[in-house]
Design a protein. Structure first.
Length: 202
């Protein structure tokens, strides 16, 4: 059976992209990264992709009349490459049904909180401000809502006394970089099943 071809969508540093690329390189993850999609051509993740030998589709949203317009172009790029799974890894754009509907059940996102707590922007800062004692990382399917899709896997990160945004972010990102490749691997092996909002692994 051919390897699952994935596309990683990212907008920034690309640490989660790097974790996936490293796992593929080290043969801990049996997939092929077929494409990086990035809405910021100068983002550091673009250089990471180049070093990993991954082709990138770069675009500037302001050059398109609407989100739907550039998503149609992205969709064509994905279909051309036989992409079977989209991984949102720090992609800071709201998605429309143009992408969500054809890839429902084949698009996942990593979020730095224990959803449904603290969805949206700055989940880490929200958790600190609220004063929770535990937060964490969620990998979930994308359904078009705000971090509202069915949850695949979660890991807890304790909030320590004196934590700053930077110190908590460092621990959360480390968990993201382990959990995301794990989930991708389980999907690639056919071990993840989706039934309504219920997701089972194994």
């Amino acid at each position: 059976m051919a390897n699952l071809r994935i596309a990683v969508f990212a907008s920034g540093q690309g640490s989660n992209f790097q974790a996936i690329a490293d796992a593929v390189r080290d043969r801990k993850l049996d997939v092929e990264i077929g494409l990086l999609v990035c809405d910021k051509p100068s983002a550091p993740v673009v250089e990471r992709a180049a070093k990993a030998g991954v082709e990138a589709f770069l675009f500037k949203p302001k050059e398109y009349a609407s989100r739907e317009d550039y998503e149609r172009v992205i969709l064509a790029e994905l279909e051309k490459r036989g992409i079977g799974l989209i991984v949102l890894a720090g992609y800071m754009r709201i998605l429309t049904p143009v992408l969500v509907e054809p890839f429902y059940g084949r698009m996942i996102n990593v979020h730095p909180s224990l959803l449904p707590a603290f969805p949206g922007v700055d989940g880490i800062g929200q958790a600190l401000e609220y004063g929770v004692k535990v937060t964490g990382v969620t990998v979930h399917y994308v359904d078009g809502g705000l971090d509202s899709g069915p949850i695949i896997a979660q890991r807890v990160v304790e909030v320590e006394h004196g934590d700053t945004r930077d110190s908590l972010s460092e621990r959360i990102h480390a968990v993201e970089q382990a959990l995301l490749p794990y989930v991708i691997g389980q999907i690639a092996r056919g071990n993840v099943s989706l039934d309504g909002r219920n997701v089972t692994i194994g």
